[in-house]
Design a protein around this ligand. Sequence first.
Ligand SMILES: *Cc1c(COP(=O)(O)O)cnc(C)c1O
Length: 391
Amino acid sequence: MSTQAVMSTYARTDIVFERGEGSWLIASDGQRFLDFNSGIAVNALGHAHPHLVKALQDQAGKFWHCSNLYRIDGQEKLADRLISFSFADTAFFCNSGAEALECAIKIGRRYHQAGGRPERYRIITAENAFHGRTLATIAAGGQARHLDGFAPVVEAFDRIPFGDLNEARAAITAETAAILVEPVQGEGGLAVASDGYLKGLRAMADEFGLLLIYDEVQCGMGRTGDLFAYEKSGVAPDIMSLAKALGGGFPVGACLATSAAAEHMVPGTHGSTFGGNPLAMAAANAVLDVMTEEGFWARVQQAASRLSHGLESLVETYASVFEGVRGRGLMLGLKCSVPNGDVVDMLINDNMLTVVAGDNVVRLLPPLTVSDDEIDLALSKLGSAAKALAD
Ligand SMILES: *Cc1c(COP(=O)(O)O)cnc(C)c1O
């Protein structure tokens, strides 16, 4: 095997995993790692969850793929379920988060262009946002390091500071089509949009005839302790992107929308060869089977509170290393005073996986099925890392 054969777009850690069990990944040399990265918020039900394995195996023996020229039973079932749990009336299925955002952006443009307002194409986005790595989504995110070398930039996004309603209002022009925001910023460093901020954006969107788009690719599908992060605020968007945890590890994305927003998304306006194929739909429906079991959310919230209390006390004990706790539910982070990468590396050496986020934060994204013992073990590993870094 050669590391050179794969395009070197990632700074990879030199570990090869062979299999997983719940909250654990087992490397090819037999070492076990406590997985508080979850494939960056993807493996919401941990690794090799029996219900997911069975659902995928059953579908694999029937048929894997058929074209979207035909009805796909699993899509209709998944769309019905996502709609019944959300604000949405309709769903488009794709393969990734960036594709879900591309669909959201296209719906936003088409809503206005086919609705007789062709001048409205610009989208207001937040600083430190992350929406993916396609040409449009790197422009939406606006991070210089993501845009470098990929000019010309898709020139259709206006960035505002996250959380500032006055700046949002000031950014609206006659060309604005929509406002796009992550209810909890993932890559950006786990900033949580307050209920008041989302309410304010909703009111502004209504006042100016704009669409409100939530990117719940990372914070959706249970991460924050509810199926969707926006639920707690009670403030619904017009369009919402989902991906990461949607398939529990199988690549799948979705763009949900109200019927009003998607009114002009008629046959021929959008498509995807693989989007919503039967394997992906079997995986995503199996994820929802588990998440809708009695008591699932109560347990996630209990785990979240155990982890966040533990993190708060680490911040107290190791104030010179950790400045504070960020995030919500099991989408938590520690704002560090030492370089966040040092903490992540120290934890890898102690067989625990985490991931950095912006603003010098270490993200803790355990499977939603994490046990109390695993949370306690993670807290003790974090404590040891902090102790070593404080010395
Ligand atoms: C990961 C992520 C994306 C991009 O998803 P991909 O599947 O990598 O294309 C978009 N938005 C948010 C909020 C994300 O966290």
